[in-house]
Design a protein around this ligand. Structure first.
Ligand SMILES: [Zn+2]
Ligand SMILES: [Zn+2]
Length: 171
């Protein structure tokens, strides 16, 4: 199922794909190893703070804003957290969702370390929920976007769909 989805997205090389899927089916046990590898390939170390950030973002039920991350346990310097999130983002470990309206930028694990999904973003309170991507919807989106993009000579390899509106608390 996951394998089919990554194939469908066509966003990873075959070898990398197998490694990722093996990690996913192995209950993500190899996540730290994979993250460590990505950081090392950029000349970076997997420091205790970076491990804590990955653990925090991974454990969350939805993408986290910087204040969610800072509110947790240990006292962390905001500038240091920002700096390290940038490093993790550049290494393809963490994905940053741009701020919308009154909301803040949010952070989640990179999609190829978790699963493809979309987002529901509330433009009133700034909350962000993950929305799973059913196979049927993915097929429809892929077909439609591929047709539109190919007219410009563009080959679609992945997509991001965020829905903006009002959450149940704000509506
Ligand atoms: Zn809301
Ligand atoms: Zn999708």
């Amino acid at each position: 199922m996951v394998l089919a989805e990554f194939r469908f997205l066509g966003c990873t090389r075959e070898g990398e794909l197998e490694g990722t899927v093996a990690t996913l089916t192995g209950m993500k046990a190899g996540l730290d190893e994979l993250v460590g590898r990505r950081l090392r390939s950029r000349g970076q170390r997997y420091t205790p703070l970076r491990k804590a950030l990955v653990r925090k973002v991974r454990a969350a039920a939805h993408p986290l804003a910087i204040h969610d991350i800072l509110a947790s346990g240990k006292r962390l310097a905001q500038s240091s957290v920002y700096r390290n999130l940038v490093v993790l983002e550049q290494a393809g470990v963490i994905r940053r969702l741009a701020a919308t309206g009154s909301g803040f930028a949010r952070y989640e694990l990179a999609e190829d370390l978790t699963e493809h999904h979309h987002h529901l973003i509330c433009t009133s309170c700034g909350s962000v929920e993950d929305l799973p991507a059913p196979v049927g919807l993915e097929r429809t989106v892929q077909k439609a976007t591929a047709a539109l993009a190919s007219r410009r000579g563009f080959r679609v390899r992945a997509h991001r769909v965020d829905m903006l509106g009002l959450c149940s608390r704000c509506d």
